[in-house]
Design a protein around this ligand. Sequence first.
Ligand SMILES: [Mg+2]
Length: 188
Amino acid sequence: MKLGFDVDDTLIDLRQHAFHLYNEKLNKKIGLDVFEALSTMEIHEPFGLSPEEGKAMWSKWRKEIYFTSCPPFPGAVEALQELARQGHEVYYITARPKEHCEQTRQWLHENGFPVQNHHFFCGMSDSEKVHIIRDLGLDYYFDDKPNVLQTLSELPLKIYVKDRSYNKHLDVPRLTSWSELKEIVNQP
Ligand SMILES: [Mg+2]
């Protein structure tokens, strides 16, 4: 089977990693309970930043956010390795900016994700993901972002939302933990 995965906040806990970095850079100690209660994808608000300041903060530290020690979600690496071992095709479809694509592919590989040649797609806009997903003929696709998932409802594949605080309103099958993946894929 062919399975596609978004990267940030689907396979890896990027926002929480960024939240820790913001605390460090801004010399704050805002608790994880605040992070976990956020109803927005953006994380700037608890730091007292305006949307513009939030954007500037993210841009300034983007490389550090992406390429330091952002942890994968528990079980994500193992679940994808297991899929690859079973002969399934694993694809990554990430809208990270083009200039960070090659390093992102490398980072995934170094952090244990199975990355095959030509199975890594990067640098598109959110609204372009649907075309790649359709052209690949994926059987499954996993993402966290409401704006992306809402573009996929016409496609003949199974979509899952990675459960996060800002996507609770979506009426899409939900993956809470990567330990559930095996069961999803082995469903008749
Ligand atoms: Mg994402």
